[in-house]
Structure formats: C-alpha cells, structure tokens
Design a protein around this ligand. Structure first.
Ligand code: GLN
Length: 486
C-alpha cells in the first residue's frame, strides 16, 4: 500500500509511532496528483507550496511530542466554495475566477488549528448547482472508477480526489445531495450534518437555509474524526446551533442490537436500477443480521420534494447571487457603455447556463404575484416533508434508503435535459428540506464495477446513530477497502 491510499486514522497511527512523516505523506499525495490528475481532473487549484510548508510545520510539532490532533500533518482537500485566506476560491465560476479571499471559512480555521495540510481546492458544479460537475465553469471531473462517467456533484472533485488517492480526506458541501451523491458515485463515505451543526461562515452561499458543510472520506472512522474538528457553534454564523458537539468516534460501535431501522416505501420505486435496489436491500439485511430491527415507514410527501426544492433553492440562490455585480469582487466585463451595461454584461459573461437558469427560476418564484403561489407554497410543503420525518422517527432510530436511483451515469447523458438531472437528487433533497443529517457509504458494485451507495438518515442532531449503523455495516463488509484502479 502506498501512503496516499491510507486513511486519516491509519496515517495518524503511523505518525504517532514515528513510522512516517507528514512530509513523506504529503509528497506521496502530491506525486499521486501529478500522476493521475491529468486524467481525473479533480482539482481547480493544487496548493503544493502551502502543503509542503504546512507538512514541515506539522513534522516540527510531532517531533516536539505533540500528536494529540488526529488531523496533524494529514493532506485534506477543501471544496472550492469554502474561503481559504490568500488562496483562490472560485466556486468553479468565471465570475469568481480571480477571487482570493482575505479570510478563512470557520471550517478551514478549525482544520488549520488541527494542523491539517491543505493539498488543494477541488472542482465542483458552478456555485454547487448540479449533480455531475458538468456544470463547472472550467472543466468536467471524471469518475476514477470509469473515466467516461461523472463523479457526481456538486462536490464531484472532492469525492473523486478521495477515491483516486489525490488527498486523504476532503470537505464538501451539500444543499440537496452534493456530498452524499458524489460519495455514492465514487465509492467513498460522505456525511451531510444536521443543518446548524457545522458553521457556514465562509462557505459561498447557494441556498442558505439548506447548505451544510461535511466530510468526504475513505471510511466511517475518518468521517467521525473530521466531524469532531468541523462541528460546533460559531458566533459568525447565526444559524449555527448553540448545542454541544459530542465526540463522534464514541458512536463507532460494531453492535447494532436493538437499533430500529426504517425503510421508507416511497424510496423503493419503479424505475430505479435493480442492481442498486438489490445492493441496498442486502445491506439492510446485513444490518438486521447484526442485530437491528427493520420496519417499514412512510414518508408520504416524498413526491413533492424535487419540485419544492427547486422552488426554494432557486429562490434563495437568486437572492444570494445578486451580489455578483462586477463591482465589489470577481469578474468585470471589459468595456461597458455605462453602469447598467457593466452590471448586465458582467453577469451575462460571468455566470454559466445552469446558474442563469436558476437565477431566472428563483427570481420568478419570488416576484410579486407569484410569491404566494410558489415560494410560500414551497415553504408550506417543506414543513409537511419535515413532519413526515418527525413522524417516522417516532418509531425508528435510523432510516435507510439508496443514495441515488442509479450508479454514476455517462458524461453527457443527462446534461441536455435539466429535469433528468434534477431527478438524480430524488433520494437526497428531502433530507436538506427537513434539515436532518444523512450519510452515504459504499454498499456494493454494479456488474459494470461502479460503486453503489447506501444512505442512512437520522434525527436532528443525531449524527451518532447514523455513524453507529454505518460503522457496524462497514466493519462487516469489505467495500470500503476497494480502491479505484487508474
Ligand atoms: N444537485 C442538486 C442541485 O443541483 C444539489 C446540489 C447541492 O447539494 N449543492 O441543486
């Protein structure tokens, strides 16, 4: 095994025992990036020099006997919509193509305090709008398991980088599935925390009432370790919850005796890939074998989730993206006639087609005369969707579903039909509307050797139960040890 193939906790153990150094690990990851990123195209920016300097710093701390932080000296990739002080943060958009933030996002500050090594800023769908990274304003990231396929999105670069060994772990963001769906496509673990669990300060906003940052890792233990570092109250984010965060590694138990797992009947529908359905059902059987009790539950408003999400998310986006006007930062058109022309041309030239579509949809839903019919109605249905989950969680601890209806699709297969693309989020977006936590982990492969994801959902602020179920399943299987061959 090469160092770049290992997990955060495995490398931390080696560092503690003096079996390797952060500089050696970092060089292993950087040379892996050199070797394969031409094919995978996971990164917008590789921060080689920063990584080397942080690795030297980490090695000094380790030499001085300080090995308490599990992240000390470990190379991590941070999705390009989280601000990194002095390092370009583009959101994969031409409009932010030259944006260098003067401050760190709170999660980045936390990672720094834990002594991480930043290896780069991965690609994504522009402003996190998409499910395939085909909407990146720069280039498409490829799935390491099959370079003709999408890595999922919008955190496709982060998931592909983890799967390809181009980083040890990563951060993604999830507004409607953007951590879990790419994790599922790339055969890695992705956790979207409860809304309010992780600070959004310094995360470039897409839909502020839905956005959450979370880990994308090679296994469940690493997800828990990163959660320990990024979660917690932050004064700089008024929506961050002022409740204590537990030590998530304490939830990693192999025994699920007595745990109640719900299977929502609305999530096993006609038209879903039979291989996906079988893998997920087998995984649930396995959890039953480990002591869990499986019962059927119902989430009756599931049918309305896609429509509700695309009203609310686009409305919030249209408002959030009004700030890109060519004045304060980002792209400005070359020779405008006057101020109005400058605004219009800067936006017309800076935003890509999907972002424009969403700004128009959202502006329409919010406009006088349509607001009650669309935005207000959307908010009401959102409440019904949340109540469905509240009701189901009265009888179960965890809900299990497929993460996505199919494995990774071919590049170009859905890009001409936005509606088809929107439907790839059908199993993930209700979770953001309800604000609950959700995790995706590998549960098998299709006959074409593409990873399949199992999604586990929990009650508000109960990431522990899903980490617990996920860890028990993972320890009883070998999927997480498989690595894409490149
Ligand atoms: N695919 C969904 C969308 O395009 C979700 C994206 C996300 O979670 N950021 O909106």
């Amino acid at each position: 095994m090469e160092l770049y193939q290992l997990t955060i906790h495995e490398l931390h153990d080696m560092l503690k025992k003096g079996e390797t150094t952060s500089e050696t690990i970092t060089e292993s990851v950087l040379s892996r990036i050199k070797a394969v990123d031409g094919k995978v195209k996971a990164y917008i920016t590789v921060t080689e020099e920063v990584a080397r300097a942080q690795a030297r710093e980490a090695d000094k701390r380790i030499k001085a006997g300080d090995t308490s932080s599990p992240l000390l000296g470990i190379p991590i990739a941070v999705k390009d919509n989280m601000c990194t002080d002095g390092i370009k943060t583009t959101c994969a958009s031409k409009i932010l193509g030259n944006f260098v933030p003067p401050y760190d996002a709170t999660v980045v500050r936390n990672l720094k305090q834990a002594g991480y090594v930043l290896c780069g800023k991965p690609n994504m769908d522009e402003f996190a709008m998409g499910s395939s990274t085909e909407n990146s304003g720069f280039f498409i990231t490829k799935n390491p398991w099959d370079l003709e396929r999408i890595p999922g999105g919008s955190s496709g670069g982060s998931a592909a980088a983890v799967a390809a060994g181009e980083c040890i772990g990563a951060l993604g963001s999830d507004t409607g599935g953007s951590i879990r769906q790419p994790a599922s496509c790339c055969g890695v673990v992705g956790l979207k925390p409860t809304y309010g669990r992780v600070s959004r300060f310094g995360l470039v906003a897409f839909a502020s009432s839905l956005d959450q940052i979370g880990p994308i890792t090679k296994d469940v233990t690493d997800a828990a370790l990163l959660m320990n570092i990024i979660s917690g109250h932050d004064e700089k984010d008024s929506t961050s919850a002022n409740i204590p965060s537990p030590d998530y590694t304490r939830a990693l138990k192999k025994d699920v005796k007595g745990m109640k797992i719900g299977l929502p009947k609305e999530y096993f529908i006609e038209g879903m890939d039979p291989e996906v359905e079988k893998a997920v059902k087998d995984a649930v059987k396995m959890l039953e074998g480990l002591g869990a009790k499986v019962v059927q539950v119902s989430l009756p408003h599931t049918d309305y989730a896609v429509a509700t999400y695309y009203i609310l998310a686009t409305s919030e986006a249209s408002s959030n993206l009004a700030r890109y006007d060519g004045v304060k930062y980002g792209y400005r058109t070359q020779s405008p006639k006057d101020l109005m022309d400058m605004y219009m041309k800067s936006r017309a030239e800076g935003f890509g087609p999907e972002v424009k579509r969403r700004i128009m949809l959202g502006t329409y839903a919010l406009s006088a005369g349509y607001y009650d019919a669309y935005y207000k109605k959307g908010q009401q249905v959102r409440t019904l969707i949340k109540r469905d989950f509240d009701e189901a969680f009265k009888t179960v601890d965890v809900i299990a579903t497929p993460t996505a209806p199919t494995a990774a699709f071919k590049i170009g297969e859905k890009s001409s039909d936005p509606l088809q693309m929107y439907l790839s989020d059908i199993f993930t977006i209700s979770v953001n509307l309800a604000g609950i936590p959700g995790l995706s982990l590998p549960c098998g492969f299709t006959s074409g050797n593409l990873p399949i994801g199992l999604q586990l959902l929990g009650k508000h602020f109960d990431e522990e139960s899903i980490l617990h179920a996920a860890f028990a399943y993972e320890q009883a299987t070998e999927w997480h040890r498989k690595r894409a061959k490149l």
